[in-house]
Design a protein around this ligand. Structure first.
Ligand code: HEC
Length: 160
């Protein structure tokens, strides 16, 4: 999708303003979606899924099992106006696996949401934690079929 290629630099520099190390690094990680897809559960925006080297078992999708500490999953987003065709950046969604027992309620994942202006909306057990509580509600509790709180990429859009 050409629009994504155009946005890539802008996404990267925008999220990087947050100072979050993964917001800077994720574009060099392996991407697991073949193209941007609309994610109804992340604001109806286009998203892509990335995982770092430690999270390489993500490639096994439903057989991934429990992720090791240090695994990070990143999901940049954007939307395209149906009226003007103009693309605009959306938040960056991050899941970071912490050490065993860090927060059993979230399967030890730290969720964060970073706005395109670099503002961090919240992070699990950190500042604005209440703003990302709904991530846990869906990933762990609301979707019984999750694997270690992960839901992966629609089957027809997976990089194999
Ligand atoms: C209502 C359910 C729901 C909510 C709320 C939700 N997610 Fe997700 N999330 C999903 C689903 C379903 C997928 C996989 C398919 C997709 O992206 O649409 C996913 C995928 C992801 C992924 C890729 C890793 C994976 O699970 O395969 C990340 C990272 C992510 N979400 C982060 C977040 C963050 C951060 C929040 C909160 C700010 C959040 N999500 C809120 C349902 C949800």
């Amino acid at each position: 999708m050409a629009v994504y290629d155009c946005l890539l630099d802008e996404l990267k520099t925008s999220y990087a303003k947050s100072g979050n190390e993964y917001a800077k690094a994720y574009t060099s990680w392996r991407r697991y979606s073949t193209r941007p897809f609309i994610s109804g559960t992340h604001g109806g925006r286009y998203v892509q899924n990335y995982a770092n080297e430690t999270a390489k078992a993500y490639a096994l999708y439903e057989n991934a099992g429990e992720m090791p500490a240090g695994s990070v999953l990143a999901k940049p987003s954007f939307s395209v106006s149906s009226k003007t065709g103009k693309a605009s950046l959306g938040p960056l969604f991050l899941m970071e696996k912490m050490e065993d027992g860090w927060y059993p309620k979230s399967d030890d994942w730290r969720y964060s949401m970073i706005m395109p202006n670099g503002q961090i909306v919240g992070a699990t057990k950190g500042k604005g934690a209440e703003n990302v509580e709904f991530c846990i509600q869906c990933h762990k509790i609301g979707t019984p079929k999750n694997i270690d709180s992960m839901m992966f990429v629609p089957k027809n859009l997976r990089v194999r």
